[in-house]
Design a protein around this ligand. Structure first.
Ligand SMILES: [Ca+2]
Length: 160
């Protein structure tokens, strides 16, 4: 890609995020309008001066659940959790080992499929389970990092 085009794209992304920040003035959490893979979600939050969301306690989980409800988010979105080589999950935005978690039933299951090139599921998403499994409780799943999902950024000064 040539430099000029790259610059134009960067300015466009910055413009979108500037609009986004102005609109969401002062809130702890901001939901994306676009769907991107997990790596791009990390980058997009950084560009916006924020962090891809992490959850360190039940209190934070409840705050996030309220935000999801208030924002009427119906689809899955990315959290900043990642499975590392020792099969432990970390929050990549803080470097902390995941202590608190709210996995859905049968998650994390690190499924290997042709769709994820048999590489498994190393990134953490938030989702509402299917109505059959558990109609009320939203929770987390590991998922292939390349799937495009919405994402939620949080203000870094609110990271505990
Ligand atoms: Ca999974």
């Amino acid at each position: 890609m040539n430099m000029w085009l790259r610059l134009q794209i960067d300015f466009f992304i910055l413009f979108i995020f500037a609009q986004w920040i102005v609109k969401t003035n002062g809130q702890k959490y901001v939901k994306s309008t676009d769907e991107v893979n997990w790596y791009q979600a990390l980058i997009n939050c950084k560009i916006a001066g924020m962090e891809l969301v992490s959850v360190h306690s039940e209190k934070e989980q409840n705050e996030l659940e309220k935000f999801v409800e208030d924002s009427n988010i119906q689809k899955s979105f990315w959290l900043s959790g990642s499975r590392e080589g020792n099969d432990q999950f970390y929050w990549v935005t803080t470097g902390e080992k995941m202590q608190y978690s709210k996995w859905l039933v049968d998650e994390p299951n690190n499924v290997t499929l042709p769709e994820n090139f048999h590489e498994g599921e190393h990134c953490v998403s938030w989702g509402k389970p299917s109505a059959l499994l558990n109609p009320d409780l939203p929770g987390w799943s590991d998922w292939t990092c390349y799937i495009k999902l919405h994402y939620v950024c949080q203000r870094p000064d609110n990271c505990d």
